[in-house]
Design a protein around this ligand. Structure first.
Ligand code: PGA
Length: 259
């Protein structure tokens, strides 16, 4: 059984004070997280303080992006070593907002994945189709090619460190989540793509999240699916009650799946 993973992508929200306050509330609730890996991805400015606030709890911290070079003249960028230095063990790579607005490509995603893995950071790699691509029947083509590009040149022993987040772009921040069945269909295809790269046994160990308008009220629909192992959560990760509700719904659904 794969341990589910619920990650909060805070995007460009929360000052240091606000981030520490939220993290501290989550730490208080974290006795309830047993059986679910929980990761917080604050903006860079709050990472160190949030990592400090969750120290000693099971909650882990990640960056929202990273550069692939170790150091140099890359104004505005942050390296793997810098993220590790402030307490990160995870990093989100290839979020659709970075792909759409900041020039992220399949190639840069792959550079970042390889750099992260080499440094010991665990990537959460985001893939997903646009509404237009879905309507044109291109969902599988787009997602499969993004997965293949992200894992390109990654050996099996490192691939198992990775998490894939399937986030249909039309569902992100729109309040219009995918159906559980549609998300399952794409996540199953992601897993069969991983199986074609690494074999079925390895593919069974890699966790695949759903992301896009996840809320406490719809999480059961996703976590109940055989190929969905948690969620990457944006808006609903910004307050403790909703985020804890998502974690609880994940744990309940996984328990039901096991019965
Ligand atoms: P959302 O964002 O939960 O606000 O839709 C998800 C994401 O972008 O990771």
């Amino acid at each position: 059984m794969r341990t589910p993973i619920v990650a909060g992508n805070w995007k460009m929200h929360k000052t240091v004070g606000e981030g520490v306050a939220l993290a501290s509330e989550l730490v208080k609730a974290s006795a309830e997280f047993d059986g679910c890996k929980v990761v917080l991805c604050p903006p860079f400015t709050a990472v160190a303080a949030v990592a400090n606030a969750v120290k000693g709890s099971p909650i882990e911290v990640g960056g929202q992006d990273v550069h692939w070079e170790a150091k140099g003249a890359y104004t505005g960028e942050v390296s793997c070593e810098m993220l590790l230095d402030v307490g990160c063990s995870w990093v989100i790579i290839g979020h659709s907002e970075r792909r759409a607005m900041f020039g992220e490509t399949d190639d840069t995603v792959n550079f970042k994945v390889k750099a992260a893995l080499a440094s010991g950071l665990r990537p959460i790699v985001c893939v997903g189709e646009s509404l237009q691509q879905r309507e044109q029947g291109l969902t599988f083509d787009v997602v499969v090619s993004q997965v293949k590009a992200a894992f390109g040149g990654v050996p099996e022993d490192q691939a198992v460190q990775m998490v894939v987040a399937y986030e249909p772009i039309w569902a992100i921040g729109t309040g219009r989540a995918s159906s559980g069945a549609d998300a399952q269909e794409v996540c199953a295809r992601i897993r069969s793509t991983l199986a074609s790269l690494y074999g079925a046994i390895t593919a069974e160990t890699i966790r695949i999240q759903y992301g896009g308008s996840v809320k406490p009220g719809n999480m059961a629909e996703f976590a109940g699916q055989p190929d969905i192992d948690g969620a990457l959560v944006g808006g609903a990760s910004l307050n403790a009650q909703d985020f804890c509700g998502i974690i609880k719904a994940t744990l309940d659904a996984v328990k039901q799946r096991q019965q």
